[in-house]
Design a binder for this molecule. Structure first.
Ligand SMILES: Nc1ncnc2c1ncn2[C@@H]1O[C@H](COP(=O)(O)OP(=O)(O)OP(=O)(O)O)[C@@H](O)[C@H]1O
Length: 789
């Protein structure tokens, strides 16, 4: 293309962009006017309260202040143009300016393909900052079809590639612009069923489940409030990681909790069960033990009861046989209801024994005494108290149907105070079962999403099911990542525990969007050992695929090597995850402190934008720009260690470093560590502290051009990754790493991004109008100074 033609194209693009911006501004104005009309006088409270009040008034959907009015546009063959966003926007004549992507019409956008454009001539996807259009990308179906027939097709997924190339941070993002057709069908599956989404790491299960919530809330808004929907994740870090997706889709107030928060509320489980105990506590047998212990909880005092009277010093005696007769009359049901029935029956019985002439005898009975005597038979119980007593008595366990060997597993002497009980995650399922059988009072939800469901026990699944109004649930997970004590080979138990026999669907996602192909190849090898027969996802092809880097070092140099990798990635402004087995956490912490590295720990309940220390178990569901896996051999030693290694290796979006001890290279990784054709002589002996160390060998990293179909430019982080061999060397010395020129630009861009992020955080605190004004001023300034970023 000549320079002149390029200029003409650029001018036409700018002119088109300006027209689009006008439309965005007009739509934003219409939205703000509508918002102001509704809420001008009667909204009060803090930022969050105001935001949810506005959402309620706006059909419960609210445009997140940091989002643009539209993410996409579609041009129909008949010339009509439809803009799609998270929230419906109408002008003063009630004409639709922006249709919600969740609507029926929005579906066409995601389903249209070159061989079935579904009446579309063009799809346009916008890249925006607040309500400002930075650029847009078109798919023109006729051109696409012609290119494909003539063999000149170079790709139709540019926005998706662009999104995959972008840096990550501590919050998951929405994928509205680039939902694939397969994902779209799952998002829009009918609400009233049990939908199980199986998929390997990075196939978009969590993203799909969250967009499905948004779709359900929009399409069932008459029936469901956001607070009627519950999203349950495996731990608080994961919940924090995903919590921004729904608000950016326009859905505030959905309840998002970790399983422990949901079941335990205000007390945190501190104890850990060995797998056999966890399995027993999580089993269906445990449910029957709890039920039967509660059914048999009433006690018949051998000396009977004595109820005091108010009119005399005499008492009314109730002998053992009478108590047994009264108990026999109690109808089965909730413990608290049975308890109330017994209290009433006791009162009637005792009143019948008082000679009160024609008067009512009940006032002659001392109420406190009645309560106290009734309590001796049917004590008031909190679920925790009950479980504590149950575990603390071999006799109770046996009477409830536990076998001798089950008693050995379950018996645990009660702590001095109930607050000191070392409750475990498995106990939460037991306590919840007891709570349900004691009082039955639980909040119920119209739709429930359960993420990482492959790790839940029967008892935990039952706890989730109890909170469902009608079984409408989306259950998300990956059998290959099942690493808890309840690891399962298929979804059958989940289906039977959560669902009804015929009202479920199993859907599968098979394309991996997170993990680069060369990394997935390594993970697939681990999976072949961890779960023979299961397959890793197929990697979505990218323009440049980062090869993993292997650092084989002596034991003494292990931590230096970790520090060095972390420093390198962090100095490039990347979001870094260091996955390390508990056993080595202390060494890593110590090494980081000695090297002056600031880091966060997921165990503290959240991630930070910089460097994060995560255990293999807690890394599940998370992702990072760069992941450093510390000593695979120590991860393999853990229960389900091979699957945990599979999880650890699949957390990266771009870069993976694996640091191994030379004498601890697991057989399943040996081929990669010393790639075929790379003999010790051509692998690089690498200095670890200034001196040569024969044990420190770095397998040559490579960047591979794939034949990814794309006509779009490579993203900055990919296209500018240095290509000189030197740039791949790992600096084992713990001194700061100087980035090469090629790395500097993406690094500065990342820094700018993170400053912008902070800035947006501050902006969130002010009203949307001020926000928009600030963005407008900045934008004008940038345009005036000719900046193209
Ligand atoms: N259609 C899409 N467009 C853009 N990005 C996508 C798309 N689908 C998935 N992704 C990205 O892929 C990454 C992985 O998604 P997600 O976390 O939902 O996968 P997952 O299947 O839940 O993974 P895991 O099993 O590891 O929990 C995310 O960064 C997500 O944004």
């Amino acid at each position: 293309m000549t320079a002149q033609l390029q200029d003409t194209d650029q001018d036409a693009f700018e002119a088109e962009k300006a027209l689009e911006q006008e439309y965005f501004d007009k739509s934003k104005q219409a939205y703000d006017d509508h918002l102001n009309d509704i809420v001008s006088s009667n909204v009060s409270g803090n930022v969050h309260e105001r935001s949810s009040q506005r959402a309620a008034l706006l059909d419960r959907r609210t445009l997140d202040p940091s989002e643009a009015v539209a993410t996409a546009r579609m041009d129909l063959e008949d010339g009509e143009t439809i803009y799609l966003g998270s929230v419906a926007i109408r002008d003063e004549n009630y004409d639709l300016l922006v249709a919600p992507w969740q609507s029926k019409i929005g579906e066409i956008f995601y389903e249209a393909t070159h061989d079935d454009p579904r009446g579309l001539a063009r799809k346009r996807v916008f890249t925006t900052t607040y309500n400002r259009i930075a650029s847009f990308n078109d798919v023109i179906f006729q051109e696409l079809s012609d290119d494909i027939s003539s063999g000149t097709f170079v790709g139709e997924q540019d926005p998706l590639l662009e999104d995959l190339g972008r840096g990550r941070d501590e919050f998951m993002r929405d994928i509205v612009r680039t939902i694939t057709a397969a994902q779209n069908r799952i998002i829009r599956a009918p609400k009233d069923q049990l939908l199980v989404i199986q998929g390997g790491p990075g196939t978009g299960k969590t993203a799909v489940a969250l967009h499905r919530v948004s779709w359900i809330l929009y399409n069932h808004r008459e029936e469901l409030q956001p607070k009627d929907v519950l999203v349950v994740g495996p731990n608080p870090t994961f919940t924090k990681y995903i919590k921004r997706v729904l608000p950016t889709l326009g859905d505030v107030d959905v309840i998002q909790q970790s399983l422990a928060q949901l079941l335990a509320g205000d007390f945190a489980p501190r104890g850990i069960d060995v797998p056999d105990v966890a399995r027993k506590k999580g089993s269906a047998k445990m449910e029957s033990i709890v039920q039967s212990a509660l059914n048999g909880r009433a006690r018949v005092p051998a000396d009977g009861l004595e109820v005091r009277r108010t009119d005399t010093a005499l008492t009314v005696s109730v002998v053992k046989e009478d108590i047994e007769r009264l108990l026999a009359g109690i109808t089965p049901g909730l413990y608290n209801r049975r308890r109330a029935q017994f209290r009433a029956a006791l009162q009637t019985f005792v009143a019948g024994r008082v000679d009160a002439g024609r008067r009512d005898a009940v006032p002659l009975l001392d109420r406190a005494s009645l309560d106290e005597q009734s309590e001796r038979v049917y004590p008031s119980l909190s679920p925790q108290q009950f479980v504590r007593e149950l575990y603390g008595s071999k006799d109770r366990l046996l009477r409830a149907g536990a076998t001798e060997s089950e008693v050995d597993l379950l018996y645990r002497p009660a702590a001095a105070k109930i607050g000191d009980e070392p409750w475990t995650m498995a106990d939460l399922g037991v306590i919840d079962c007891a709570a349900d059988a004691i009082s039955g009072t639980l909040s119920r939800y119209g739709h429930i999403v359960v993420d990482e469901a492959q790790d839940l026990s029967y008892m935990q699944l039952r706890a989730v099911r109890r909170r469902s109004q009608n079984g409408s649930m989306t259950v998300v997970g990956d059998i290959a990542q099942a690493t808890s004590a309840y690891s399962r080979k298929d979804w059958n138990q989940v289906l039977t525990t959560l669902g009804t026999e015929d009202n479920f669907t199993e859907a599968e996602l098979t394309i991996g969007y997170r993990v680069p192909a060369p990394v997935l190849a390594v993970a697939a090898r681990v999976l072949a050992t961890a779960a023979p027969g299961l397959t890793a996802p197929q990697a979505f092809p990218r323009q440049i695929e980062e090869e993993p880097r292997w650092h084989v070092v002596s034991t003494d140099e292990l931590m230096n090597s970790v520090v060095s990798s972390v420093k390198e990635y962090s100095s490039r402004g990347l979001f870094v995850g260091v996955v390390v087995a508990e056993r080595q956490m202390i060494s890593v912490r110590t090494a980081f402190r000695a090297a002056g590295i600031k880091y966060s720990e997921s165990a503290d309940g959240g991630l930070s934008q910089g460097i994060n220390l995560v255990s293999p178990e807690e890394s599940k569901g998370l992702e990072f720009d760069a992941v450093v896996v510390v000593e695979p051999a120590s991860i393999l030693e853990l229960p389900q260690g091979d699957k945990l290694l599979y999880v650890a290796l699949t957390r990266t979006v771009h870069h993976l470093d694996v640091v191994l001890r030379a004498d601890g290279v697991p057989a399943m990784l040996a081929d990669f560590v010393a790639p075929r054709g790379t003999e010790a002589s051509d692998a690089e002996a690498h200095s670890t502290g200034g001196e040569n160390d024969a044990n420190s060998v770095e397998a040559e990293p490579r960047e591979k051009e794939t034949h990814a179909a794309s006509k779009g430019p490579a993203t900055s982080s990919e296209s500018e990754t240095p290509s000189s061999d030197d740039s791949h060397h790992v600096h084992e010395a713990s001194s700061a790493v100087t980035p090469s020129d090629g790395e500097l630009k993406p690094m500065l861009e990342r820094m700018a991004q993170s400053i912008a992020q902070e800035f947006f955080e501050v902006l969130r605190e002010v009203g949307p109008n001020v926000q928009q004004r600030v963005v407008d001023i900045l934008w004008d300034k940038m345009e005036a100074s000719g900046s193209d970023s």
